[in-house]
Design a protein around this ligand. Structure first.
Ligand SMILES: N[C@@H](CCC(=O)N[C@@H](CS)C(=O)NCC(=O)O)C(=O)O
Length: 206
């Protein structure tokens, strides 16, 4: 399997799952800052011109959430659970994440961290303000949910945890408004205990 990535928020999800599951995945570095994701060869893999992309035999798969689920199936793991009701629960959190959480933590990540890094100028204050409001609202929901659970599904780690937590490693630089939320902080600490989640871009074991 080949996983095309750069060290940014969406590829991070797929790389973390691959490493956590110790899958024999070859990481292929595509440098966003050099525009390598817009080269014809890469666009043939993903016409969206975005990372990550997974190649597994004849299958070429884009979208980080789908890639995480595929990796779990490939490993025979339970991060994408076998139980249908648990699948519904994971789907709920993946949808919530895409529309309400990482959508906005991702905006703060881009505005506060990436833009200055790649010379696109200062963060847009109005965009930052709106995203902060959205993150605060959604983080309150997440905080309440995690107050009585180890992971999003309860005791079982799932791809939903890898998705919803994608921006947490960048919380400081992205200036995510997540202070004073102890359940989220405990969950973050728990994820940090997983070497694959903590260091997703190292070579996967196995
Ligand atoms: N919904 C996609 C988003 C992928 C995405 O936007 N990736 C970013 C890197 S974090 C990217 O490749 N950006 C390049 C661009 O927008 O030109 C996924 O989850 O895989």
């Amino acid at each position: 399997m080949k996983l095309y990535y750069d060290e940014t928020i969406n590829p991070r999800k797929a790389c973390a799952v691959a490493r956590h599951l110790a899958l024999p995945v070859e990481l292929v570095h595509v440098r966003l800052a050099r525009g390598e994701h817009k080269a014809p060869g890469f666009l043939a893999l993903n016409p969206n011109g975005r990372l990550p992309v997974l190649q597994d035999g004849a299958l070429t798969l884009w979208e980080a959430n789908a890639i995480m689920c595929h990796l779990s199936l490939a490993a025979g793991a339970e991060l994408w659970p076998r139980d249908p009701q648990a699948q519904v629960e994971v789907t709920r959190w993946l949808s919530w994440d895409a529309f309400h959480f990482t959508r906005h933590t991702g905006t703060l990540y881009f505005e506060n961290l990436i833009k200055p890094l790649i010379g696109l100028g200062a963060a847009d204050a109005a965009v930052v303000h709106e995203a902060e409001q959205q993150v605060r609202t959604s983080a309150a929901v997440l905080e309440q949910h995690l107050a009585s659970r180890r992971f999003l599904l309860g005791d079982a780690l799932s791809v939903a945890d890898f998705a919803v937590s994608a921006a947490l490693p960048y919380a400081e630089g992205a200036r995510l408004p997540l202070q004073g939320l102890p359940a989220i902080a405990r969950w973050h600490a728990r994820l940090n205990e997983l070497p694959g989640w903590r260091e997703p871009f190292g070579p996967p074991a196995g």
